[in-house]
Design a protein around this ligand. Structure first.
Ligand SMILES: [Zn+2]
Length: 706
């Protein structure tokens, strides 16, 4: 097995060790941890055996399991350049904490100093970004260099270099996701905190490997960022242009958003949507002529795939010469790019023993939800009996059968009770300056149900700054630093859109404050991953009208919002399932060509479509689920979207049940960054899953009389 699991490698190692009692020198030279390119020094095995005896004699048999584990962990990451056998032995003797009191001291000191390290690094980062983040005058070129500088970039290397990482590996357990999920439920908070500390050093990826990954990532981002379609130059069978001049849409986001916007165009909307679907299909199948990409110099009929020099110029560019305006494909560049990201990601595998593939790193480390469970919950959504019911509802609203691009239907929206202008006026009067908003935070938190004393303490930890962009929240990583709410306030005061965003960001700030300042262990600060902080921020954002003293949404509005969430999750769950299957295919076919990857991707997209979408869309073999650009440049990131929707709905449902937001919010945020399922069980009584969304959808369908 090329990508043997660590457990498998360990068992193999133990078997070999048992058979060959006195290892031969030749065999010792061959000894490795079973992964390409990473070889422990030849003396390591014998050295560990001696040290185990020595330390067990010194600290007692009761310590032997810890000694074995610590030696194995430290030995696995030790390289020849870290020192010879004498250096290793000396290091182990000096740094193994052989009794509980010493271990407590080591842990407490590391925890305190890690907070100082993270906290100060983040404060440097915040200061360096200040000019580009805040509405504070022009950005000079060097400001951007400051903003892009990450002072913590080499901390991991440094900590292996100065051996602090080895102190941790020698004393605290590296755990697999399986252990965290099965045993973790019974762990103490301290055990969880120790696991989190050890995790920081579960990888020792060489700088050149990190560089290769960064380069592949940057190249893919460039490919995606320059993939524009000039819409005025799309021609239908009658030679007509359906889109306005100068319209340049980035694939796939802008193309998708144009499909959404076209529902409002009763005249040409449908024809435009059908044309965009064709364009998307040509991108995924790579039958799009290379010359039409990011080029307003040619006209293109996406149906016949005919290309010719533009007969009308809209973007100031001259028509492309006739001999170049030809239908020649881009040579599977999309799949070449994806393949390069896979090959780069794979280079880190041997240096990541507890998660030896990119797939494992994404699910076991980043998400901490096993892939099989994620797959099951996504399949629960796409195969839900609610799908045909919601599909029928959409057909009724559209007055026609669904077409494939209707996976992006966005018509479940209620008419607002208040006009945007009315809301702008109310907000501007209330918040003429960022200071006015800052002053009102305690009141707003009380309105959301936070106890008064807590509201004041939390508000005192939030600093409001004027944002250059639309707004964002900045956490802090040490308790003595404050969190920042960046918000946009015009000279005429804050407008409603800015307020709506500020309330969302304030939700982040409140979570950031509670999950750092009120969590018992620094190593457990935060929430399991970004989906959780987003879910909590959405709870705030969804109550913005209440904060203005206006009437909150009615059941009908709520039902429409739920149906919108459900349909969006149904769409993106299929996209995520394609992304997951494609990464497995690449790992199963490490030497595939771009053309083979293309065929495999298209087949995967068709299969998933045929199984879960064709029944309601009346059409088979559609490849649209493979059009997402994040599939090309984001290393298996897409499953985060549907998981995020499910988590947000679970949190919202819990808030609805509890009735009072403040105390629930506090209870959830103070739990800290344990595994997502444990967090969600504490928050809502159930692990992360699709049930809450499906129940809410059932309720919404009833509300809509369907
Ligand atoms: Zn957010």
């Amino acid at each position: 097995m090329r990508h043997a699991s660590p457990t498998f490698a360990v068992i193999l190692f133990l078997l070999l060790a048992a058979v060959i009692v006195q290892p031969l020198v030749a065999q010792e030279k061959q000894m490795s941890n079973g992964k390409d390119g990473v070889t422990a020094p030849a003396w390591m095995k014998a050295s560990c055996a001696n040290l185990e005896q020595e330390l067990a004699a010194k600290y007692g048999e009761g310590q032997r399991p810890r000694i074995q584990r610590g030696l194995k962990q430290a030995g696995e990451y030790w390289r020849a350049e870290d020192g010879d056998a004498t250096v290793f032995a000396e290091f182990v003797r000096e740094n193994f904490a052989g009794d509980q009191a010493t271990l407590d001291t080591v842990f407490a000191r590391f925890e305190r100093l890690m907070e100082q390290l993270d906290g100060h690094m983040l404060e440097i980062n915040k200061e360096f970004r200040m000019q580009s983040d805040l509405d504070a005058g022009p950005i000079l070129p060097f400001d951007e260099v400051f903003a892009g500088y990450d002072p913590s970039a080499h901390v991991n290397d440094d900590f292996f270099g100065n051996r602090l990482a080895f102190v941790v590996l020698l004393n605290f357990p590296l755990t697999t996701l399986d252990e965290r999920l099965t045993d973790g439920e019974h762990w103490t908070r301290r055990q969880w905190a120790e696991a989190r500390l050890a995790e920081r050093f579960s990888k020792r990826v060489p700088a050149d490997v990190n560089l290769a990954i960064a380069q592949a990532s940057a190249e893919a981002e460039r490919y995606v960022a320059e993939y524009n379609v000039w819409m005025y130059h799309l021609i239908n069978g009658n030679g007509e242009r359906l889109f306005p001049p100068k319209m340049r849409l980035l694939s796939h986001w802008n193309l998708r958003d144009e499909i959404k916007a076209d529902y409002a165009d009763s005249q040409n909307g449908l024809a435009k949507q059908q044309m965009i679907q064709l364009v998307m299909e040509r991108i995924t199948t790579q039958t799009i002529p290379a010359v039409v990409i990011n080029n307003p110099g040619v006209d293109w009929n996406p149906l016949t795939n005919e290309v010719r020099p533009a007969t009308d110029t809209d973007a100031g560019a001259p028509p492309t010469p006739k001999e170049l305006a030809v239908n020649k494909p881009e040579d599977d560049a999309r799949y070449t790019t994806l393949l390069k990201t896979y090959r780069a990601a794979r280079m880190a595998d041997p240096y990541s023993p507890t998660a030896p593939t990119l797939i494992a790193r994404r699910f076991d480390e980043d998400r901490e939800i096993p892939e099989q469970r994620v797959k099951a919950m996504l399949e629960q959504v796409v195969s839900s009996p609610h799908v045909p019911r919601v599909a029928r509802l959409i057909e009724q609203r559209l007055g026609r059968p669904l077409q494939p691009f209707d996976i992006w239907y966005n018509g479940f929206r209620a008419k607002s009770r208040y006009s945007e202008a009315q809301l702008d006026e109310i907000v501007a009067k209330r918040y003429p300056t960022p200071e006015a908003y800052q002053k009102d935070i305690p009141n707003m938190l009380v309105k959301l149900g936070f106890p008064k004393a807590d509201a004041e303490a939390i508000a005192a930890n939030i600093i409001v700054d004027p944002a250059r962009g639309s707004g964002h929240a900045m956490p802090s990583s040490m308790r003595q630093a404050k969190v920042r709410l960046r918000t946009r306030v015009d000279k005429t005061g804050m407008n409603y859109k800015g307020f709506n965003i500020a309330v969302h960001e304030m939700g982040h700030n409140v979570e950031q404050t509670l999950s750092l300042n009120d969590v018992d262990h620094y190593m457990l600060h935060g929430v399991p991953n970004t989906a959780f902080t987003e879910a909590l921020a959405f709870v705030f954002q969804g109550n913005d009208l209440k904060l203005l003293g206006l009437e909150q949404d009615d059941p009908q509005t709520e039902a429409l919002k739920t149906l919108n969430d459900f349909w969006g999750t149904y769409e993106i769950a299929g996209v995520a399932l394609v992304d997951m299957s494609v990464w497995h295919w690449m790992y199963d076919h490490p030497d595939a060509s771009p053309a083979e990857l293309k065929e495999a991707t298209l087949q995967i997209a068709r299969d998933i479509w045929n199984k879960y979408y064709a029944p309601v869309f009346h059409q088979k073999d559609v490849v649209l689920l493979a059009v997402y650009s994040h599939m090309v440049d984001s290393f298996l990131y897409l499953p985060d979207y549907p998981i995020g929707h499910l988590i947000a709905l679970q949190v919202e449902e819990q808030m609805r049940k509890a009735g009072n937001i403040g105390p629930e919010f506090e209870r959830m945020a103070r739990f800290g960054s344990l595994a997502p399922d444990l967090w969600m069980k504490n928050a809502s009584g159930a692990p992360v899953g699709a049930d809450a969304m499906l129940n809410a959808t059932e309720r919404a369908l009833k509300q809509m009389g369907s």
